[in-house]
Ligand binder design. Structure first.
Ligand code: AP5
Ligand code: ZN
Length: 216
C-alpha cells in the first residue's frame, strides 16, 4: 500500500496518518516531522529547514527530495508507506513518480483531506505537539489525558513555532500556489480520493478505511 496524504495545513493529515500507519502497518513518513526532529537535534539540516519553516515557506525542493529519496531506500518501506507532507510541489511529485517507476512501483492512492479555511485557524492555534515523539493534540478537539503531557511518552507538549496566526496565513498562501496543483495532478492519474475533514477525528478515519479497505 503506497499512499499520499494531501490537504491544507491543519487538515488533520498528521492525526489521520498515525491511525492509518497503525492499522495498515506501514511507516508514516512525514517530511515536517523529520525536519522538526532535525531542528530539535540541532543538525545542519535542522538549521537550514528552520530558516524556511519559521517563515511558513517551503524548504527547497532539492533538500526535501534528497531526504525522501534516502528514507524510501530503508527496508521498512518494502511493503508500502504513507507519505504525509510530501510531495508538496509538482516537481516533487514528478521526481517521486520517477523514483518509484525505477522499481516498477507507483502511488496507489492520493487521499485529499478537505477542510474549509474557517476550520483551519482554529485547529492550528489550538494544536499542541510532542517535541519528543511528534504526536499531535488539540486543546479542545483531541486533548491529552493529562493536561499538556504527551500520552505516548510523557513529554511536555509545546506549540509549534509556525502555528502563529501570521505564519499560518503565509502557509495557506503557499499551499494555494504551490501544493494545490497536486490535486489536479493526481486526479488526472485517476488515483485521487477525497474525504470530508470537517467531521470528528474518528469519523474521518472511518471514511478513510472505507476508501482503503478494511483488510490490513
Ligand atoms: P508539515 O509539518 O507537513 O505541516 P502542514 O502540512 O502545514 O500540516 P500540519 O502539520 O500543520 O497539519 P496537519 O494536516 O498534519 O494537521 P494535524 O493532524 O496536526 O510542514 C511544516 C513545514 O515543513 C512546512 O511549512 C515547510 O516549511 C516544511 N516542509 C514539510 N514538508 C515539505 C516539503 N515536502 N517540501 C518543502 N517543505 C516542506 O491537525 C491539526 C490540529 O487539528 C491538531 O491539533 C489536531 O488535533 C486537530 N484535528 C485534526 N483532525 C481534526 C478533526 N477531524 N476535528 C477536530 N480537530 C482535528
Ligand atoms: Zn510524545
Amino acid at each position: 500500500m503506497r499512499i499520499i496524504l494531501l490537504g491544507p495545513p491543519g487538515a488533520g493529515k498528521g492525526t489521520q496518518a498515525q491511525s492509518i500507519s497503525n492499522k495498515y502497518v506501514i511507516p508514516h513518513i512525514s517530511t515536517g516531522d523529520i525536519f522538526r526532529m532535525n531542528i530539535t537535534e540541532g543538525t545542519e539540516l535542522g538549521v537550514l529547514a528552520k530558516s524556511y519553516m519559521d517563515k511558513g515557506l517551503l524548504v527547497p525542493d532539492d533538500v526535501t527530495i534528497n531526504l525522501v529519496k534516502s528514507r524510501l531506500k530503508e527496508k521498512d518501506t518494502k511493503n508500502g508507506f504513507l507519505l504525509d507532507g510530501f510531495p508538496r510541489t509538482i516537481h516533487q511529485a514528478e521526481v517521486l513518480d520517477e523514483l518509484l517507476a525505477e522499481d516498477h512501483e507507483a502511488i496507489e492512492t492520493a487521499l485529499l483531506i478537505k477542510v474549509p479555511r474557517a476550520f483551519i485557524i482554529m485547529r492550528m492555534t489550538g494544536r499542541r505537539v510532542c517535541p519528543n515523539c511528534g504526536a499531535s493534540y488539540h486543546l479542545e478537539f483531541n486533548p491529552p489525558m493529562i493536561s499538556q503531557i504527551c500520552d505516548d511518552c510523557g513529554s511536555n507538549l509545546i506549540q509549534r513555532e509556525d502555528d502563529k496566526k501570521e505564519t499560518v496565513l503565509e502557509r495557506l498562501e503557499i499551499y494555494d500556489f504551490q501544493t494545490k496543483p497536486l490535486i489536479d495532478y493526481y486526479e488526472k492519474k485517476g488515483i485521487l480520493k477525497e474525504v470530508d475533514g470537517t467531521k470528528a477525528i474518528n469519523e474521518v478515519f472511518e471514511e478513510i478505511i472505507s476508501i482503503l479497505g478494511d483488510n490490513k
